[in-house]
Design a protein. Structure first.
Length: 116
């Protein structure tokens, strides 16, 4: 019985961890991040929003149970997070249209662990 309860708890924790594809950051966390870090997070949020949008479109095209029941909520959360990040980046001097370039530059200069 203890193993069952432990497995159920682990399952609940892991599903909660993967419940939303976007990391929820508050404004202070975003303000404390470097421009490069925030641009990378903004690019990840945008990519997650696109993925959630595609899943939502797949849901709309199906009858019966939806394969991605949380796709709309994930999309809304990612879009909101992305918009907040864009506002903070704009306050740091990075306009919306420059975010992908800053993101690519940050990816190119990112410090990689020695074993990779």
């Amino acid at each position: 019985m203890k193993k069952f309860i432990a497995a159920a708890a682990l399952s609940a924790i892991s599903s909660a961890t993967f419940a939303s594809p976007c990391v929820a950051l508050d404004y202070q966390e975003m303000k404390d991040m470097s421009v490069e870090e925030l641009a990378l997070e903004a690019c990840k949020a945008s990519a997650s929003a696109v993925s959630s949008f595609e899943k939502n479109m797949e849901n709309l095209g199906r009858r019966g149970p939806k394969p991605y029941p949380d796709a709309q909520a994930d999309f809304d959360q990612c879009m909101g997070q992305s918009a907040r990040m864009e506002r903070v980046l704009a306050a740091k001097g990075v306009p919306k249209e420059k975010i992908p370039a800053v993101c690519e530059q940050a990816r190119a200069t990112a410090v990689r662990p020695a074993n990779q």
